[in-house]
Design a protein around this ligand. Sequence first.
Ligand code: PEP
Ligand code: MN
Length: 295
Amino acid sequence: MENSSPGKDISLEDIQSKFPLSAKKNNSHFSNFTISGVEFGHGKCPVFAGPNMVESEELIKNVALHVKKSGASFLRGGAFKPLTFPYRSEKYWESREDGIEWLAKAKDYAKIPVITEIMEERFISLIAEVADILQIGARNMQNYPLLTACAKTGKPIMIKRGFGCSLRDWLGAAEYVLLEGNQKVILCERGIVAPHTHRSTSRFLLDLQVVPAAQEVTHLPIVTDPSHACFWRPWVPSLAKASVAIGANGLMLEVHPDPSNAAVDPLQAIDFSEFEILMNQLKCIGKICEIEVGN
Ligand code: PEP
Ligand code: MN
């Protein structure tokens, strides 16, 4: 740990005054908490799985059943989506309020807790009624009024790392939530910008190195999302296995019954059988590393 504060990396002064609540108090300090019956913390790796977007009631119920059967701890799926372009069409849309209703039905039908993204304060009560965890997307990691408003609901919050943000920035965002007295905060690494990502369709690079780096300074669980990082289905299983091996405290994976026809991000989701095989492999890696994977 450096004593000076270079701005990008973390200094001792940062730990004492910038993020006293997210910083570890000693080497063995790790947050352990339960969300809807699922344990988070050291030695645990809950799995969040589901489609990029909640496309229909039928689809989300089907995915909920399948991922639960293969060992997922949470169903993921976006209804309010941070789509890069403002135009909407039959091929490029969001399910919004309908999607939240379908998620609620799938949760009840498959008896699995859910995580979904929240982008605007005005939808907090609608989403908080259904979601077990509120997801702050990468693009909103530094939307501090949104973080504070979500924190005040008392709901668990997962903060995705902005793709250009440092660990220091990320812990600053977590501190906004912790400052409201909300202790159930999860960090999610979802890929960062890098000069080389090895395929023209791969927009980001999964920063595996941030897992041990974060665990060195914070007690909060660190989840990875290989799907959003690499954008490429064939690479997702390898990056997921590497995430468990490196000690990630959770995994988010995009799973769709027919990936190439997914409404959003069709290149990155894996299908049901790939997910089932992967979960079995992840559990084997977890056993060697003394990490409990999935539900
Ligand atoms: C998502 O999880 O659906 C999502 C949009 O992720 P990110 O904020 O990491 O891009
Ligand atoms: Mn996405």
